[in-house]
Ligand binder design. Structure first.
Ligand SMILES: [Cu+2]
Length: 363
């Protein structure tokens, strides 16, 4: 299936240059090879030198200066193309989390973001990722969150009113060391324009009322090594990759129903950064979202690659939050949507990072 899908060069008018190597220009299907694939790298000194991290940061800032694609007045909080990604995520939240399309929908979402950085903002690199176990015991000392000018900004100011995080009624995780606005670094002036939203709404399949309203405020961080070391350590990652079928892989990533033991590295990564990133609907307002989800996609890619025959097109679950059966089970023929960000896609087209329109890998 994957290799026989033709690349649509019209889907965004840009095609994919894949670093521009080894391509004939005869208009036929181009084979994606290890050599021609875009390589996504870790946000760290060895894999991504400082000037490359600065280029990525500059491209994110650029995305925040690009105009929104929504009709004026429809989504007042969407003040830029960056915000459009947050809006589309909010609008799809009840369908793309703890459901059969979590992995594939977020794969394309991150790809569209990377593509926007490259085509709208002249970024020449790839989407970096956050390798959880490497920094699980020292978030504040990590190149991602050390607050330096090559980081994604670090901790927030200490906020005494920040309480513990409730992952379900009566079950909490302790707060971190910040809880207020980020203290410095590249995103110190970054604004969060949507929310905050109540996660509990999702359990009733309810959209937050008037979610389009502009509620501009600062980016909040609450670095939390208790959470990151508990849910993002090597043992957790090993267990994740050892999931023997898609059902197990999904539940190792984010257990449902939620349990403390099975909370998983996806939710753990969100909560370990504080309330902006923990917002179930609006988390892409924190630029770290895309590095976190690149890592989720990296895990998915590695897991698929262990047994492509069994795993490449494996799906499990409906199109509704909590795997509720008010919608059908996802299949390779289900069409998914990213609103103003891109064209609708068949799930089967987005299950291979090196097939169809995709040509990327992780190093
Ligand atoms: Cu999400």
């Amino acid at each position: 299936m994957g290799a026989s899908i033709h690349r649509d060069t019209d889907h965004d008018g840009h095609g994919h240059d894949h670093d521009g190597q080894d391509h004939d220009h005869d208009g036929h299907d181009h084979e994606c090879t290890r050599r021609s694939a875009t390589v996504r790298r870790e946000w760290c000194v060895g894999a991504m030198p400082k000037h490359e991290r600065r280029e990525y940061i500059a491209a994110v800032h650029c995305l925040k200066r690009k105009p929104s694609k929504f009709e004026p007045g429809v989504v007042p909080a969407a003040k830029s193309l960056y915000d459009d990604f947050v809006a589309v995520h909010i609008n799809n939240t009840l369908s793309v989390h703890t459901s059969g399309i979590f992995l594939v929908w977020h794969r394309e979402f991150v790809h569209l973001y990377e593509h926007a950085l490259r085509t709208e903002c002249d970024y020449h690199g790839s989407q970096p990722y956050w390798d959880w176990p490497r920094w699980a015991h020292d978030l504040a000392g990590s190149p991602l969150f050390d607050g330096s000018d090559t980081s994604l900004s670090g901790d927030g100011a200490y906020n005494a009113s920040q309480g513990p995080y409730e992952i379900k009624p009566g079950v909490t995780l302790p707060r971190g060391t910040g809880g207020g606005c980020v203290l410095g670094g590249p995103f110190v002036n970054h604004t969060v324009n949507f929310g905050p939203f109540d996660t509990a709404l999702a359990f009733d399949l309810e959209m937050p009322p008037n979610w389009q309203a502009d509620t501009s405020r600062c980016l909040v961080r609450d670095l939390n090594t208790h959470i990151s070391s508990r849910f993002g350590n090597q043992q957790v990652v090993d267990r994740l990759l050892n999931g023997c079928n898609i059902e197990e892989f999904q539940s190792n990533l984010t257990s449902f129903p939620t349990t403390l033991e099975g909370f998983g590295p996806h939710g753990g990564g969100h909560l370990s950064l504080g309330n902006t990133m923990a917002d179930f609907f609006a988390s892409p307002a924190d630029p770290a979202f895309y590095l976190h989800h690149a890592q989720v996609d990296r895990m998915y890619t590695i897991w698929q690659q262990i047994d492509p025959e069994q795993r490449r097109y494996a799906l499990n679950g409906t199109l509704t939050f909590g795997y509720k059966n008010v919608t059908p089970e996802a299949t390779v023929d289900t069409i998914l949507d990213w609103g103003v960000l891109g064209k609708p896609r068949r799930i089967g087209e987005i299950m291979n990072p090196m097939g169809g329109d995709y040509c990327y890998r992780y190093e």
